[in-house]
Write a protein that binds this ligand. Structure first.
Ligand code: SAM
Length: 250
């Protein structure tokens, strides 16, 4: 008998932004697998009867493999991630591994969506995602930086609002500065930029600066940036993108 694999997006952090469906999937699991910090984020709904399998940063393939193997062997497994597990998360890896199993060994898979960092950050800033937007990761761990930079330049030139993930870490200290230079090739220094760290969890911080004044201070692994478009401006402190494209040529 194969088991069940629930791919669970926990939301950005606190239980109030976690969906009831995600919480139920975690509660019903025999085994909960996740990066150690993500297991802490759902510690309020796990119990001593459950087996918790904690992994470290960079061990994503191992975590997905454990989750898929345990589910294939008959356990009810919840593989957890912050935000939405399909957005820079582990859902794709888990689905690829599951599809590689012989048909009779594949567990039933359910995917539980979550509130992403981009929308959690946007809600703290105002309404910056009111029209077209794109998400881009600045991480060059799984892709060459040249490709990241090329995509960033193309998106910046397209005029849409940008939600930038994985903007800075101890191992990737210079990429944010280079990304700012690329953005300034096609967007003015006055462009509003929302800087949100730890959205909807302990240590939450949200501020709006400009592209010209953006600095790396306080920006780290738990920060997402929202880079405005030509139609983004401040209204009583809120970062707002107009729903209409007025006078924009791209
Ligand atoms: C591996 S990605 C995970 C994204 C997640 N699956 C989602 O849907 O939001 C990790 C990056 O997401 C962003 N992030 C995740 N949670 C965040 C939060 N609560 N506040 C701000 N940024 C967050 C940061 O840019 C971080 O480097």
């Amino acid at each position: 008998m194969t088991g069940e694999l629930a791919l669970v997006g926990l939301g950005p952090g606190g239980p109030e932004h976690r969906t009831p469906a995600a919480a139920t999937a975690v509660r019903e699991a025999d085994v909960v697998v996740g990066y150690e910090y993500y297991l802490k984020l759902c510690a309020d709904i796990t119990t001593p009867d459950q087996e918790l399998v904690a992994g470290r940063m960079g061990e994503e393939a191992e975590r997905a493999d454990v989750a898929v193997r345990r589910a294939s062997a008959g356990a009810r497994v919840a593989l957890v991630s912050t935000g939405d597990i399909g957005v820079y998360g582990m859902a794709s890896l888990a689905l690829q591994l599951t599809a590689g199993l012989p048909a009779g060994k594949r567990p039933a898979v359910r995917i539980l969506p979550g509130v992403t960092a981009a929308v959690a950050a946007a809600a703290l800033l105002g309404a910056p995602l009111a029209r077209d937007f794109a998400c881009l990761t600045l991480s060059d761990v799984l892709a060459p930086w040249e490709l990241v930079e090329r995509r960033l330049r193309a998106l910046a030139g397209s005029g849409v609002v940008l939600a930038l993930y994985n903007v800075r870490s101890a191992a990737r200290p210079w990429q944010l500065g280079r990304a700012r230079e690329v953005l300034l090739e096609s967007r003015p220094g006055s462009t509003p930029v929302g800087v949100v760290t730890n959205a909807a969890r302990d240590g939450e911080q949200a501020a709006v600066t400009t592209l010209g004044e953006l600095s790396a201070d306080g920006i780290g692994m738990n920060t997402v940036l929202i880079v405005g478009a030509a139609s983004t401006s401040l209204h009583d402190g809120w970062m707002v993108t107009d729903r209409a494209l007025r006078g924009e040529t791209r």
